[in-house]
Design a protein. Sequence first.
Length: 316
Amino acid sequence: MPSSLISFLQGAGINCERADLFAIGLPTGQTLFLTSGGWDITVPFGTAGWTGNENPSIGFQTTTFSSSLYGRWSRGAITSEAGFKMNSNTMTLTCVSKSGENYPGLQMGILNAALNGLFDAAQVDVWTAYMPQGGYGNVSYGLEKKFTGTITKLNEIGRVSAIFDCADPLYLLGPSTKIPTRLVSSTCPWGFADSNCDVPGGAAAFTYNFTLKTGSSQWVLIPVTNFVGVSAAAGYFQQGVVTCLTGNNSGLSQSIKISAAGALTMMVPWLLPVQAGDTFKVIAGCDKSLSTCISKFNNSIHNGSAPYTPVPTTAL
């Protein structure tokens, strides 16, 4: 908490106005900036000289937190426990939404998006703004950082509201965490093209853009131009990921079940209809085996598998 805010609260701030501010990082890469207050609040993050900028590294520019654009949002109490157990801080987050308030970038309502998992694992940052009486929107004294964590579960959903459970990063070390966190396995534990995999050329060398052809569906994507070279081989994109760049599903991604005959069959259908002219990008699939790592990606040096590990049912 900045010293200017502490001084304010010790003095005139005893009768101040307050509102919570939320930054919710969505799986599509977009961020919702919301407030529980009655009107929008603009915060000069990153502005030189702002007394409340106690943490310039957060990366926000001057930002407006909306009071109603994506529904009305509020939080519950933040619970914490001091002890020897590694329990996470928890919080509930409630959205009350009306018809016409769509998930950003998609023709889908906020509550429908919540039901379809589009808030799952979203990062949540919470601040509280304390403002002088009669000076709503005046955040010159700074903000109090309340919470940083992720949405862990959709707890409850109804016709007009949704309630999410949130937890701070200690949630990842909770009772559900397996110890040891990494088990010896015959398959590689790395994500394809991540920093551990470090495949030659990086993700860009195995990523292809394409435009959708007439005849495609939410289950099967058919490119206007056929893939060429190694990418045309059957199975090349199997277990890969395809991301929608433009169209109804912009920002969403799906796993590929079958890659054959110039078409990509999805593991599950796209949430919204696709149409000719939509653009996508797709990355090659990896089945995590050492043989694929050698023959397909020439990357055995970074393979993390233990291919000669006995299967769990083998008695020694």
